[in-house]
Design a binder for this molecule. Structure first.
Ligand code: ADP
Ligand code: MG
Length: 268
């Protein structure tokens, strides 16, 4: 089999990747959404995921976040399988404690924010750390304020989501995901639902995170200039596989695959 990973070189085989994805399959009825997806991602890498609508980008992130189960293949985080597969490669339910532990390594931010509408900004950030991680109220509050400062939202700590603009909601959603201290952050088109004039404030937060934190970041994005600026590696999704991948300098200027060339023509 031809490996799809450009990272499948000698250096990679010496280190355990933080994320190891092999032959990942996902079907909805007759619709094969992921058709044997392979990729290895090292701790700290900033990965931009691009590709046409329906190519399986969100499905991959949802599987990584354990919001969906794959139909076959393997996902390993820090060398440990997330899903347990039976003999024919079908996913079996792993025990709840295992899933929770694996899930806690990741955080996800969605296109449509999903803030808790009945909680203040501060409470949005402190709820899960207190409930899930047993963090004390004082510590959770301190962390929340630090994160709100980082995303420029400390002045709105006591506001409610309905009082915020889309850009502000998204910055709070990013801070909320960070409050759980994930190793890996997944961002699914987090600027796509925003009015154009609000996109930059969210990109600016992401840019700071990408440059200053050593977290692993996977960003599905249509912002090609942004991807080019912050990504170590770009994955081009097409038809449920990674059709091409490489550093932004190569993918954006000398894509090899005709499908990548076609796609970039429509978005650049
Ligand atoms: P992308 O994020 O690249 O646009 P998605 O991963 O959202 O693509 O979707 C890939 C395909 O899977 C699409 O054809 C979509 O209609 C289908 N799909 C996604 N989620 C579901 C679901 N819950 N039920 C049925 N089909 C789905
Ligand atoms: Mg999507």
């Amino acid at each position: 089999m031809v490996t799809q990973t450009y990272s499948g070189n000698d250096f990679m085989s010496e280190t355990t990747p933080q994320l190891h994805i092999r032959d990942l399959q996902k079907t909805y009825g007759d619709n094969k959404v992921l058709r044997g997806l392979n990729v290895d991602i090292q701790a700290g890498e900033k990965i931009a995921i691009i590709g046409p609508s329906g190519s399986g980008k969100s499905t991959l992130l949802r599987i990584l976040m354990t919001l969906e189960a794959p139909n076959g293949g393997r996902v390993m985080v820090d060398g440990e399988s997330v899903w347990t597969m039976n003999a024919n490669g079908q996913e079996k339910k792993a025990d709840e404690a295992h899933m929770r532990r694996m899930r806690s390594k990741l955080g996800m931010v969605f296109q449509h924010f999903f803030l808790f509408p009945h909680l203040s900004v501060r409470q949005n950030l402190t709820l899960a750390p207190k409930l899930v991680n047993n963090v004390s109220g004082t510590v959770a509050d301190d962390t929340a304020l630090e994160l709100l400062q980082m995303v420029g939202m400390e002045a709105k700590a006591d506001a409610f989501p309905a009082q915020l603009s889309g850009g502000q909601k998204q910055r709070v959603a990013i801070a909320r995901a960070l409050a759980m201290q994930p190793e890996i952050m997944l961002f699914d088109e987090v600027t796509s639902a925003l009015d154009p004039e609000l996109v930059h404030e969210v990109l600016s937060v992401l840019r700071t995170l990408a440059k200053k934190s050593d977290m692993t970041m996977l960003l599905v994005t249509h912002e090609m200039n942004f991807a080019r600026e912050i990504a170590d590696r770009v994955l081009f999704f097409d038809g449920g596989v990674i059709l091409e991948e490489g550093p932004p300098s190569q993918i954006f200027t000398q894509p090899k695959e005709p499908r990548t060339q076609e796609f970039l023509k429509t978005v650049l």
